[in-house]
Design a protein around this ligand. Structure first.
Ligand code: BGC
Length: 755
């Protein structure tokens, strides 16, 4: 429906009807206005499949929902580094939405993995905002290609579950702009999600649901978001303030209480009716975009999606260790599958994303027909080492050529609603891995977890395959990867630190009371570990393959560019191994020396490519201003410091294969305001300041500099004089040489400098 018609429809509504439209009819529906023929629409969780509840509604995945297909969770799909793949998954989910008459699926969930402890990390994508943004955009484009909407969530800075409905994420603007916002920004600019879900928490004291700066100034005015903003379930605080801030739809229903508050606020003159009209306009726009394109006869082939889910899961798996090339296994070998997860895989997390799968395939089921035995090894419910189970597992391991232990985190260890307290795996699983590794030198570990774990046993096993929470067909995918029918081509979307204490947020996570200070600033994930040159268990971007890749011949389109120019970087990648395989070519930008404190390198491009043995391909990336920029608080904008940068291409943040220098020249000057406390170093950066100060500096140098002594003493003295000069405030000139200066010298100088 075009906007004029929507506006005339709104003009016919009473204030009560309009206020009513701004909240849900129930848990999952927008309201109908029957009198005017406005239909209700349904939304549903998300993100990695449909959690459509027919009745017994709740937002924590407690009550049942319809049978659906569970695709790999965000922790896994991000590791695919494959935009086309998540786009395909999005399309499949979009088709299911059409089939199920859903207008919007509640996802993707893109909050940044600040700490490995966040209970919802399994649903989120990455510690890196660029990767999260690109993958989210691809997913959104996929879903929305089917004419149903997405709801990118949870906007913003919602990186912990602890006190999730009251905590305040305290972060400076640069940190928000560089780390916590870009996943949303990229998705909005590239894929225009139909809706955005605001988060439960506050940002610097203001609830996201009441934050006009967030929901209007940044989201709409700066980024150009055109859809409607809905609240997370129960995130609405002061409803009238929220409407003005840009929170269009309250979910779920507040039983009319908050609608009446909107009406009262308009009547009292504290809320403009035009704000309510605008919210209605945005909601109706999406309601009709869906209803006018609804195709309820779209088929939903769940079996085909199960197979798709298996294919996606295989592409997400990260091979962390493969000593002596023990993997892939030969189908002729005798193999013992050990651990409850082999039979009952953990493939999704708890909470609102929990899907009622129409079927699951475990590794044990998928290995039917192969020479595979099974021993349970541990009981996830008991969470206690059981000697008899371990003895049975050891016997199975001894009887087989290779032992594969399926381990990770049980459901209770990580879930929506609460955070983990540590990064350890259950003791019973650690004991099992150690006992099996002692019994069989060919031990492989498959991990099912939504977030990094400590691996004290890593040195005792030959291989580790990170399968994450890989969806309902993860068993099928695992067997394909273990036996070489698929290449493990996932790469870590997050750093695995050696221990929790190494994580940059460790000292401040989860905050004090409701205040969660993001004191590590922009140094999240590898931005921190790389700067500190710290050893990590596995770096960001890392992952092995069954084949090998060689990177060469990096060429840039120019050696020097302005920040307004585009720069292209092309690299040749060759498969030098004996098997076909895929790799994620990663481009990082490294900032040279400058005045701004910056990470060593930041991801600014990635491309997943497939190569046959011996095949080589050129991969080209285009970089722009943003690739080199940081958020400048004074300019209140992105800014590039003029200087030397390096374009680095490699296989992980710690494995840069080729690098090329480039000079980038800024076209924007950072405005400076000078006062009596401005130091000479800064004053001299302005041509007027340099000219005015030259004679004075010469005179001061003559007074303080020089002196007799050895060459070394002179060098120190020169260095000292220079430093003294540089760090002297303008008012210091008066202190040290005021008698030789005109009385209005400082005022005139400041006028000139600021003029
Ligand atoms: C979650 C959202 C979810 C909503 C509806 C909330 O508790 O934070 O991610 O979409 O419930 O189930």
């Amino acid at each position: 429906m075009d906007i004029t018609k929507i506006r005339s429809l709104i003009a016919e509504m009473t204030l009560e009807e309009k206020a009513g439209l701004c909240s849900g009819a129930d848990f999952w529906h927008t309201k109908a206005v029957e009198r005017l023929g406005v239909p209700a629409t349904m939304v549903s969780d998300g993100p990695h499949g449909l959690r459509k509840q027919d009745d017994g509604a709740d937002h924590l995945g407690v009550n049942d929902s319809i049978e659906a297909v569970c695709f790999p969770a965000g922790c896994a799909t991000a590791a695919s580094f494959d935009k086309a793949l998540v786009n395909r998954m999005g399309r499949a989910i979009g088709e299911s939405c059409q089939h199920e008459k859903l207008s919007v699926v509640l996802g993707p969930a893109v909050n940044i993995k600040r700490s490995p402890l966040c209970g919802r990390n399994f649903e989120y994508l990455s510690e890196d905002p660029y990767l999260a943004g690109e993958m989210a955009a691809a997913y959104i484009q996929g879903v929305q290609s089917q004419n149903v909407g997405t709801s990118i969530k949870h906007f913003a800075a919602n990186s912990q579950e602890h006190r999730r409905m009251s905590s305040s994420s305290e972060a400076d603007e640069r940190t928000l702009r560089e780390i916590y916002f870009p996943a949303f920004e990229t998705a909005v600019k590239k894929a225009q999600p139909w809706t955005v879900m605001c988060s439960y928490n506050r940002i610097n004291g203001v609830y996201a649901s009441e934050n006009r700066w967030l929901l209007t100034d940044v989201l709409r005015d700066e980024w150009g978001f055109e859809g409607y903003v809905m609240s997370d379930w129960g995130a609405t605080a002061d409803r009238a303030v929220g409407v003005h801030a840009g929170l269009d739809l309250e979910m779920p229903s507040s039983g009319g209480i908050n609608d009446r508050k909107i009406v009262a606020a308009v009547r009292a003159g504290t809320l403009a009716e035009s704000d309510v009209d605008l919210a209605c306009e945005r909601i109706l726009n999406i309601v009709y975009r869906y209803t006018e394109n609804a195709k309820p006869d779209t088929p939903w082939d769940m079996e085909a999606q199960h197979e798709l889910s298996a294919q996606i899961a295989a592409e997400c798996m990260v091979l962390l260790k493969n000593e002596g090339g023990i993997l892939p296994l030969s189908k002729a070998d005798s193999v013992a599958f050990i651990g409850e997860f082999a039979e009952k895989p953990r493939f999704q997390g708890g909470g609102s994303s929990h899907i009622h799968c129409f079927k699951t395939t475990s590794a044990v089921q998928a290995a039917e027909g192969l020479n595979v035995t099974y021993a349970r090894g541990y009981d996830t419910a008991a969470d206690r080492a059981d000697d008899a189970m371990i003895a049975e597992a050891v016997a199975a391991a001894k009887a087989a050529k290779v032992a594969v232990v399926f381990a990770g985190l049980p459901d209770s260890y990580e879930s929506e609603g609460y955070d983990r307290r540590h990064m350890r795996m259950p003791e019973c699983q650690v004991k099992l891995i150690e006992a099996v590794a002692d019994a069989n030198p060919n031990t492989v570990v498959v991990l099912h977890n939504g977030s990094p774990v400590e691996m004290p046993w890593i040195g005792r096993v030959k291989a580790v395959l990170e399968a994450y929470l890989g969806g309902q067909a993860v068993g099928l995918a695992t067997v394909r990867v273990l036996f070489g029918d698929a290449d493990p081509s996932g790469r870590l979307a997050e750093t695995f630190p050696l221990r929790l204490q190494d994580n940059p947020s460790y000292l401040y996570y989860v905050g004090e009371g409701d205040a969660t200070e993001y004191r590590e600033g922009v140094f999240v994930g590898y931005r921190y570990y790389d700067k500190k040159e710290m050893d990590v268990l596995f770096p960001f971007g890392y992952g092995l393959s069954y084949t090998a890749f060689e990177y060469s011949n990096l060429r840039l389109s120019a050696a020097s560019v302005k920040d307004t120019d585009a720069l292209t970087a092309t690299v040749t990648v060759k498969n030098t191994g004996g098997r076909p395989g895929k790799t994620a070519v990663q481009l990082y930008v490294r900032a040279g020396e400058g005045e701004v404190i910056r990470p060593v390198r930041e991801l600014k491009g990635f491309e997943k490519i497939e190569l046959q043995p011996g095949e080589a391909k050129d991969v080209t990336f285009t970089l722009d201003k943003r690739s080199f920029a940081y958020w400048n608080a004074a300019l209140h904008d992105w800014h590039v410091e003029s200087g030397d940068y390096a374009v680095e291409i490699g296989q992980s943040s710690r494995d840069i294969e080729v690098s090329a220098p480039v000079h980038v020249e800024s076209t924007v000057a950072v405005p400076m305001h000078y006062d009596a406390n401005s130091i000479l170093l800064d004053v001299m950066k302005s041509p007027a300041g340099a000219a005015a100060m030259k004679p004075i500096i010469d005179a001061l140098t003559a007074t303080f500099g020089g002196g007799e002594g050895s060459a070394a003493e002179e060098a120190i003295s020169t260095e000292m004089t220079l430093a003294m000069m540089n760090y002297m405030p303008l008012r210091g000139i008066i202190s040290f040489g005021g008698d030789q200066l005109p009385p209005d010298f400082l005022d005139r100088l400041l006028e000139q400098l600021n003029g």
